[in-house]
Design a protein. Structure first.
Length: 286
């Protein structure tokens, strides 16, 4: 192998010798317990001498991230409608195809559908993935999470015995405004992050605020897309005043905090001039 060979080129060479293990399925490391090397890393720039031993790990069958997101987000969209239209096998024959007397139920369906339709559009037209695939076995776990929670919260929101929020229209209107602002913010951040990887570049860069006011959250947090995402579900919880939605929001916050901290640490490790004011997900706190 030439000293100026990239890890990607080494993966391709390995694939030629062992066709079963295509590049996306390979994890190449300098140490068995270390981190996987990135495709763009060059052999001679790694901490090795004139000879190097690379360790291979089979990551298992892979599936593209675009396909993953399309499957994950399409499920909740259609599952919710099964409960919204009160199909006979859900609530019983007496409640089939009847509409709820509470306008907030219709509004919740619109907001829930809008959220996942936005996600699908972003998956196809906005997102650029630095890692093209993930292990196929993870798709089952992810779908159980998204699809299962969609069914659970939809069951209660569309239930014939559902009661609207305590403070009526004021609470609902406040939540809707908050929901729309967070959705706009989340979309704006995704567009800004996508713009960093134009022309297929996979080089990590520091994201900075743009002229779009929704991106100004970059002044204070490393992952404002997660901040806005949590805000979206908090507003949906306020709108519906439903316990399952609140639990889903809590789990979202915990998981996204973990992701945000990991990404924040990566930024600090890779960029010496990274803005010191930023926190992972909540300004000045967390």
């Amino acid at each position: 192998v030439e000293p100026n060979a990239t890890i990607r080129e080494i993966r391709l060479m390995f694939h030629k010798l062992y066709p079963r293990w295509y590049p996306a399925r390979q994890s190449i490391k300098l140490d068995p317990k270390g981190k996987s090397l990135r495709d763009e890393e060059i052999l001679q720039h790694l901490p090795v001498g004139t000879t190097a031993t690379l360790y291979f790990k089979d990551l298992g069958p892979q599936i593209g991230w675009t396909t993953v997101f399309l499957i994950e987000y399409t499920g909740p969209l259609f599952i919710y409608f099964l409960f919204y239209f009160r199909m006979p096998f859900v609530y019983g024959l007496d409640e089939r195809f009847t509409s709820s007397p509470h306008p907030v139920v219709n509004l919740a369906c619109i907001c829930h559908s809008f959220h996942y339709i936005k996600r699908l559009i972003e998956t196809v037209f906005v997102h650029r993935f630095s890692h093209g695939t993930m292990p196929l076995r993870n798709i089952v776990k992810n779908c159980l999470y998204y699809w299962g929670f969609a069914a659970w919260l939809a069951y209660y929101i569309n239930h014939p015995l559902y009661t609207p929020p305590s403070y009526g229209k004021k609470q609902i209107n406040f939540a809707v405004i908050m929901f729309l602002l967070c959705e706009a913010g989340n979309f704006s951040i995704h567009v800004a992050l996508s713009d960093l990887q134009r022309n297929g570049s996979k080089t990590r860069k520091i994201p900075y605020p743009t002229k779009n006011p929704f991106t100004w959250l970059f002044f204070f947090v490393s992952c404002p897309n997660y901040t806005y995402e949590v805000g979206t579900w908090i507003s949906f919880t306020i709108m519906t005043q439903c316990v399952p939605v609140g639990l889903f929001t809590l789990l979202c916050f915990i998981q996204m905090t973990v992701w945000a901290k990991d990404k924040h640490c990566t930024y600090l490790r890779e960029f010496k001039d990274y803005p010191s004011l930023r926190m992972p997900i909540i300004p000045f706190l967390l």
